[in-house]
Design a protein around this ligand. Structure first.
Ligand code: DCP
Ligand code: MG
Length: 669
């Protein structure tokens, strides 16, 4: 197994300071990584961000050490068993391989920056970024050469690139151009999946078949069409599944495309030396854990180390890793999902003025009722969410004997829940209704009516809502449940009973965690330290989730697992409870991330939330993420026959062969 990163060069402390800013984005291959790390380190040292990064780094190290300790305990017999388990699972996964689809992932190049340059051509060729001194949304490719990138504070970016021009965001414009691109996508796949304003997945299998054209040709045509409609360039990836198509679209950015042929040899060759970090959803934490605990750097190594993966991770996580090693990804079109809950909330300056608090509650109840009635929803569980002046998040829920949706009913029960908390100084109140009327199950949502907020709180109603309390009133501090994917390393005959993905209620009397003052305090501290103002806004919006009760035979082992994963659980719980359909799939864009990918999930939900907040700020509504019902186009592109090839944008699309890609992708900035 690989060594953990413990030897830090004290003269160059920034070398071990890995932030999101030091991750590679397209166009950053030649950047002096150490220089960027040093500047980011020097500029942020001592800040709360810096402290939080240090704490997260320490968490990762601890996680890696735990993993290594568990690996060291595996006996030869355990390992040979897990090798058998892995081999079986690999052949089962292999049997699901579908090489018949032609998936295309399109992603606009430096989207916001390109839109701004379109409206102000004097920016062309100059290093520029969109955002503010506190945060950048993106940077153009000229600026990326200096190490400037999205999510970096503008003041750090200016240090890296003193001539950097920073343009404020203008979401109306981005929405406008996003709409134009979607009109193009719609023609090629009416059921395309928009993952964000600037990217989409298209299943082009049918259109390619109907017109007898290749994936490469369709990608060129779509990119040309997008350019014609918008005067903006985009890049595309074509592959047999969505996971690979996304990796491919980044290879020849900007204004390029990469086609991975639909055959097994090509896929396996492609994946063989692909760094794991290139896979959507594998972020900094997973990358470090895989590298430092397992010695895994490339996707292929997932298969070589499959026995270790199966020994240490839950089924869902192991499946994810093994699928990555096999280059498997989703090839189906996700179904329209059903809403699981509906919520709203308001932040205000901290106050203990009870009149004010009740007044806010009244407003929220009224708004929630209106929203529910618009969508014909009635729910049985009402959750009151509070954030105290000291940023402590509390959830108080009641499950009622009847379904409610009127302002009066919501307010009546919400007031009771609030009353029990008084006196208290609050800075946020939120309301959520879940546990919807059974009649609605199976009825698809009218996706056209959804706002992004709706989307963020929506989930899959077909997922069981397991809220089986004998006492209908649930009291939880700092969220209601913990979702913990666990897998204990143990002798193999025990494995199946141990392999639990469980959720524990903090205040569940079955479980000692919530009653242990020390643990609780630590949990609270983790949460408080963990979440800065912005991030706690994220979680406030996302709310909490209910999950299955703990099975008796797993409980004891879960207790010891909890100690191991406590930090992770706390952050998981605090940060992204509502976004994951079946605890696996992002309800907004469909990306799949197993429950243990706490930080990656957080990063992902932050991204969607940032979009949502930005939308709210600009007073527009984001419709990109709504899965569309499959509709038959009156005028499908097929009827256009062999469309005249359009001239590409000024810079011709590039294509690089797979082997060159390997060299490129290994230069992991
Ligand atoms: N965005 C954001 N905050 C982030 C990342 C992105 O606001 N942390 C916004 C700005 C981007 C847009 O989303 O322009 C699309 O994100 P991409 O990751 O696709 O980045 P770009 O399109 O800017 O560049 P690329 O050419 O790498 O796709
Ligand atoms: Mg983009």
């Amino acid at each position: 197994m690989a060594k953990s990163e413990t030897d830090v060069d004290t003269a160059r402390p920034w070398q071990s300071y890995h932030t999101v800013y030091t991750n590679a984005k397209a166009g950053m291959d030649g950047v002096d990584k150490e220089k960027v790390q040093r500047i980011v380190y020097q500029m942020s040292k001592g800040s709360s961000y810096f402290k939080n990064e240090e704490r997260k780094e320490a968490d990762i190290r601890e996680k890696i050490d735990n993993m290594r300790a568990r690996l060291a305990k595996l006996t030869a017999a355990d390992l040979s068993h897990y090798q058998m388990v892995a081999d079986k699972r690999i052949s089962e996964l292999e049997a699901t391989r579908d090489l018949s689809r032609i998936w295309l992932h399109v992603d606009m190049d430096a989207f916001y920056a390109a839109v701004e340059t379109l409206s102000n051509p004097s920016l062309k060729g100059k290093p520029m970024a969109v955002g503010s001194l506190s945060m950048l949304s993106t940077a153009n490719y000229e600026a990326r050469k200096f190490g400037v990138r999205a999510a970096m504070p503008g003041f750090i970016a200016r240090k890296l690139c003193p001539k950097l021009i920073i343009v404020p965001t203008d979401f109306k414009k981005y929405n406008h151009y996003g709409d134009l691109t979607r009109k193009v996508f719609q023609k090629y796949d009416p059921n395309f999946l928009a993952a964000s304003l600037d990217e989409a997945y298209l299943d082009t299998t049918e259109v390619c078949k109907e017109r007898s054209i290749t994936g490469e040709e369709i990608a060129e045509e779509i990119r040309a069409c997008v350019y014609e409609e918008t005067s903006l360039t985009c890049s595309a990836g074509v592959a047999p599944n969505r996971l690979l198509a996304k990796v491919c679209s980044d290879i020849n950015k900007p204004n390029g495309q990469f086609v991975l042929p639909n055959n097994l040899l090509a896929v396996m060759t492609f994946i063989s030396s692909l760094p794991v970090r290139k896979i959507g959803g594998i972020g900094k934490v997973t990358e470090h854990v895989l590298r430092d605990a397992f010695g895994i750097n490339t996707c292929e190594e997932m298969l070589q180390k499959a026995s270790y993966i199966c020994a240490l991770f839950s089924h869902s996580t192991a499946d994810f890793f093994l699928s990555v090693g096999l280059g498997l990804g989703r090839t189906d079109t996700p179904e329209v999902r059903l809403r699981k809950s509906i919520s709203n909330e308001r932040t205000f300056s901290a106050t203990s003025d009870e009149m004010f608090l009740y007044h806010k509650l009244e407003d929220l109840a009224e708004m929630l009722s209106t929203d529910m009635q618009k969508e014909g929803l009635c729910g049985r569980t009402l959750t009151l969410k509070l954030k105290t002046a000291s940023f402590e998040v509390r959830n108080r829920a009641v499950t009622l004997p009847k379904y409610i949706c009127s302002t009066e009913d919501i307010l009546k029960h919400a007031s009771k829940l609030l009353k029990a908390e008084l006196p208290v100084s609050l800075r946020l109140i939120g309301l959520r209704v879940s546990h919807f009327n059974e009649d609605r199950k199976g009825a698809p949502l009218d996706s056209t009516q959804k706002t992004l907020i709706n989307f963020i709180v929506s989930g899959d109603a077909s997922r069981k809502v397991m809220d089986n309390h004998s006492d209908p009133c649930v009291k939880n501090d700092d969220e209601t449940s913990l979702s913990i994917g666990t897998h204990e390393t143990c002798s193999f005959n025990d494995r199946d009973t141990l392999n639990c993905s469980l959720s524990l209620k903090l205040d569940d009397s079955n479980f000692t965690f919530s009653n242990d003052a020390g643990q609780m305090e630590k949990f609270q501290k983790t949460v408080n330290e963990n979440v800065d103002e912005t991030k706690s806004e994220v979680t406030q919006l996302l709310g909490a989730d209910f999950s299955p009760p703990v099975e008796g035979n797993c409980l004891e082992r879960m207790k010891s697992e909890i100690k191991l994963l406590e930090g992770e659980a706390a952050s998981s719980n605090q940060r992204e409870p509502f976004l994951w359909v079946n605890d696996y799939k992002c309800s907004i864009c469909g990306i799949e991330l197993p429950p243990n990918f706490v930080d990656e999930r957080q990063e992902h939900s932050d991204f969607h939330l940032a979009q949502k907040l930005q939308e709210e700020e600009s007073g527009t509504e984001l419709r990109t993420s709504t899965p569309r019902p499959r509709v038959v186009q009156k005028d499908p592109i097929a009827s256009q026959g062999k469309r005249k090839k359009q001239k590409l944008s000024p810079k011709e699309g590039k294509h690089i062969p797979i082997d060159q890609f390997f060299t490129r992708s290994n230069q992991n900035f």
